[in-house]
Write a protein that binds this ligand. Structure first.
Ligand code: HEC
Ligand code: HEC
Length: 244
């Protein structure tokens, strides 16, 4: 009995103590991680923060734009997956955005960018996006953007990568969830399926953004820790996967 008690105590110390230590005293998060989280917030801050964006269309959303409602509060809806706004992939089509991009803020002051996010054009209140998340967003704008035009040929929509090399990364990482053929997760309906191959071919900019920063609201890895060319190679490989 006695030896049983001792082993129980030892177990309790081993099992409970480390958990308590992690819960009470998280290690500090790196600035790099915060920058990736900023990319996730840029995609869809409401989903990341478990909030609802306002139902009314964002007051700064261009009158010529085709979208309405909560989705117009996503940064990407105005500034694009390629951060070039009206000068990028959203220069035409169903996501037409008349808004300029955020490329000129690469390397900019995080405090100034945070001020822009809180300005009257944007109207993001503390209630919607708390300060800490605004800092993450500003870090992303300053340090997390990539120059998509360098990595994607806009006229053919082909990623400028080595698909065979990308297969190694895809099969080791992405396939765990998406499957070897990319069809293990269907983003849409059984009738009108959308797979990683579908998205990569139709919207390589979105695929590159998500591969680097993750997918809001689900436990997907953020591969921004890899070299940019590794990720471009993954996108190139994803484009070879079945679209339906
Ligand atoms: C409804 C549309 C809309 C949304 C959504 C939006 N913005 Fe903007 N943003 C604008 C407009 C309009 C400007 C001003 C552009 C100008 O000066 O011509 C702007 C300007 C900026 C600028 C300065 C660009 C420059 O070169 O002066 C940054 C940085 C920026 N936004 C970041 C963000 C971030 C981060 C988010 C999400 C948290 C966001 N924006 C969401 C419309 C939007
Ligand atoms: C741990 C699991 C997991 C891994 C690993 C993973 N994903 Fe995902 N991914 C998901 C889930 C879950 C979704 C969301 C499905 C949904 O919203 O219906 C998703 C969504 C996506 C989307 C969004 C499609 C859309 O239109 O919203 C893209 C693009 C994507 N993943 C690319 C990748 C790439 C590229 C890799 C490898 C670098 C990868 N994923 C690795 C789980 C994962």
């Amino acid at each position: 009995m006695r030896s049983n008690n001792i082993s129980c105590t030892v177990l309790a110390v081993i099992l409970i103590f480390p958990m308590a230590a992690i819960a009470d005293d998280n290690p500090p998060v790196s600035e790099f991680w915060q920058t990736l989280r900023g990319g996730l917030l840029y995609d869809n801050w409401a989903t990341v923060l478990f909030k609802n964006a306002p139902e009314q269309t964002h007051p700064s959303y261009p009158a010529e734009g085709k979208k309405k409602g909560a989705g117009t509060w996503r940064c990407k809806e105005c500034h694009g997956w390629d951060y070039r706004g009206v000068d990028g992939a959203y220069s035409s089509g169903s996501h037409y955005s008349g808004v300029k991009g955020i490329r000129s803020w690469v390397g900019g002051s995080v405090d100034e960018i945070a001020g822009i996010i809180r300005n009257d054009t944007h109207r993001y209140t503390e209630e919607m996006i708390p300060d800490e998340a605004v800092t993450n967003l500003a870090l992303f704008v300053s340090r997390g953007q990539v120059d998509m035009a360098q990595y994607i040929d806009y006229s053919t929509k082909k990623a400028r990568g080595d698909a065979a090399r990308g297969a190694r990364f895809y099969q080791a990482i992405c396939s765990v969830c998406h499957g070897f053929d990319g069809k293990q997760i269907n983003f849409k309906t059984p009738e009108k399926p959308e797979y990683i191959g579908t998205v990569a071919q139709a919207n390589p900019q979105e695929t590159l953004h998500k591969a680097r920063n993750g997918q809001p609201g689900v436990p997907m890895v953020a591969l921004g820790v890899l070299d940019i060319q590794d990720i471009v190679d993954i996108v190139a490989y994803s484009q070879t996967l079945p679209a339906k």
